[in-house]
Unconditional design. Sequence first.
Length: 339
Amino acid sequence: MTDERAERIADFIRPLRVKPGSKVRLDRDFDPRYKAGLKKRKGIELLRTGVSLLAEYQDRLAAQDTYGVLLCLQALDAGGKDGTIRHVMSGVNPQGVRVSSFKVPSAEELDHDYLWRYAQRLPTRGEIAIFNRSHYEEVLVVRVHPEHLVRQKLPESARRSGLWDRRYREINDWERHLTDNGFKVVKIFLNLSKEEQRTRFLKRIDLPEKNWKFSAADVRERRRWDDYQDAFSEMLSATSTKWAPWYVVPADRKWFARISAAAVLVHTLMDIDPQYPDVGNEARRDLLVTKWELEQEAPAGTPADPYASVHPSASGTTDRGDGQTGNRPKKKKRKKKRG
Ligand code: ATP
Ligand code: MG
């Protein structure tokens, strides 16, 4: 991977990052219609590149089995979380990705501390976990609707003033702990304008095949737009950290939101730079012996190694190029232990 490409991706996502320690006001600092001067056609081409880069890096991440990645996606209703996940992850091996959607907590979940249910869904090493809504709901919807907090059955001491600052600190500490132990936390907020939300809601009503996506609750939440903007602004200011910064992705243009999300994820994976494990010389020698044995089983008239015959640069071939195989590689003699 060229450094130049990595640099271009870093430059592309820089304006979207919330500088740790900065005080954010969403409506002043981030434009939902920003598109970095790109045209849609070019954007779609870039998304294709991003998707294939993601596939390559995810394969290496899984093979190395040392790091895991947690992608948290937050947005207001109709912000495009589902479509972003579908498009950005379209090229990756489904075995290496786990998506969890978080809704109103169940009775069992409410019987634990507020981070418990999210901890159940963290990635394993080698895996990318996506949170469709995340632990950040605990300082967003729960803040805008205090009745959710009541259902959390907190003791009196935990309900006193300073609760939100304490939650911000606990979330930052939790993410720091994950990062220190090999789990990168990537946080994306899809920033939709109020007018674009209105348009998307209307589309869901106008098109019968989209009716199922519409919920009256979404319109009720829209009435609290300003409260949500404030809660998001405060949350972004308090929880964008050096180890897990927030990216505010302009979401009014779906294609731009998707390339931005892909770029943020690729940037993280490039930073990890996972490597395929090197099996070591001894194991490699054993592989070559097995290879030689398999080559001996080639039916008459077929190449000894069909793969190497069309990929001559494949390393470690014992094929002489004439369909015949070379000499049997010698196994390294292991020193006998003295009794
Ligand atoms: P979509 O509508 O695209 O299917 P969604 O994420 O909006 O996806 P819904 O089932 O419509 O899913 O809504 C989930 C609801 O759960 C949201 O209103 C969200 O605010 C709420 N929710 C999520 N986490 C919590 C929480 N910890 N406490 C209370 N409500 C929560
Ligand atoms: Mg919804």
